[in-house]
Design a protein around this ligand. Structure first.
Ligand code: R5P
Length: 313
């Protein structure tokens, strides 16, 4: 092995997940002090030797995204200056990923900017879960290990033994992911086509596929304001689907009206992962599956120079 011992450090954005990863790896989190100066600037100091180590820093780019991003950059900078052998940014939720192209003139490509910032700070590789678009891997000129939460959802749903269900893509962007879930569960696929009518609101225009009398299962990468999901549920109910939808999403951003939209009775359960900490006001029907064992196994394999892609097969 080319690097020193594995050390796992946590930023402040999702410490419970980092602790769970550490438990899976049967190790302690490394000691690092992260504080704010009176003016809001961030101070970081590692309180143990980092020279030559194979360092993994866990930090989700969730709310407050700009704070969490800056904290990660500073943590990486400190590790690099402490002569860490290799630095892997473990970013369970990669924020700004939805700004991966210019939709209008004079716009930024913020997902790419974040990649550049990470590399400039000294990140050697990235481990992440369900990027909004696979092409975002191409923003990095360093290795990216891109894990998928799909097996967590399909295993969970399979155990429910749902009969007479249909997997529904909540909009055209969700078709690929939904088809994968439908194939894994051996269920039919339907698609709701929606058009955006406001910043956070979509309006269904068409439902393609047989949904009448069936239990809908929707799968998204991100639930932000839940506008997409809520619009799809409206359309499904109007088309005679059972008013007891199951909604899955890897990244539970839950901003603005999300909780209110998800609390509607036609949604029976919302299954998410812990790439983002559970919202303190999330209702009991929001159930969290842990991505920690998957991330821990990937870290173990990266450290041991073993194949990570084998985790998907
Ligand atoms: C968009 O392209 C994503 O895949 C999600 O559909 C979207 O981010 C969800 O946002 P919201 O919950 O605000 O509709």
């Amino acid at each position: 092995m080319e690097y020193g011992p594995l050390k796992l450090f946590s930023g402040t954005s999702n410490r419970p997940l980092a602790e769970e990863i550490a438990r899976c790896l049967r190790m302690e989190l490394g000691r690092v002090r992260i504080e704010r100066f009176a003016d809001g600037e961030i101070y970081v100091r590692y309180e143990e030797n980092a020279r030559g180590v194979d360092a993994f820093v866990v930090q989700s780019l969730c709310h407050p995204v700009n704070e969490n991003l800056m904290e990660l950059l500073i943590m990486v900078d400190a590790l690099r200056r402490a002569s860490a052998g290799r630095i892997t940014a473990v970013i369970p939720y990669y924020g700004y990923a939805r700004k991966d192209k210019k939709d209008a003139p004079r716009e930024p490509i913020t997902g790419r900017l974040v990649a550049d910032l990470l590399i400039t700070a000294g990140v050697d590789r990235v481990l992440t879960v369900d990027l909004h678009a696979g092409q975002i891997e191409g923003f990095f000129s360093i290795p990216v290990d891109h894990l998928r939460a799909m097996p967590l959802f399909s295993d969970d749903l399979r155990h429910k033994g749902l009969r007479n269900a249909v997997v529904v893509a909540a909009d055209d962007g969700a078709v690929k992911r939904s088809k994968q879930l439908a194939d894994r569960l051996d269920l039919p696929l339907a698609i709701v086509f929606q058009r955006r009518v406001g910043k956070d609101t979509k309006q269904p225009v068409e439902v393609v596929g047989e949904v009448e009398g069936r239990v809908p299962i929707l799968i998204e990468d991100i639930i932000d304001t839940a506008g997409t999901i809520s619009g799809a549920v409206d359309a499904l109910v109007q088309h005679g689907a059972q008013p007891e939808a199951y909604v899955c999403a890897t990244h539970a951003v839950f901003a603005g009206p999300a909780l209110q939209r998800l609390s509607r009775p036609e949604i029976r359960e919302v299954i998410v992962t812990n790439t983002i900490p559970r919202h303190p006001e999330a209702p009991p029907k929001v159930r969290v599956l842990s991505a920690a064992p998957l991330l821990a196994e990937a870290i173990r394999r990266i450290h041991g120079d073993e194949s990570v892609s084998a985790l998907f097969t």
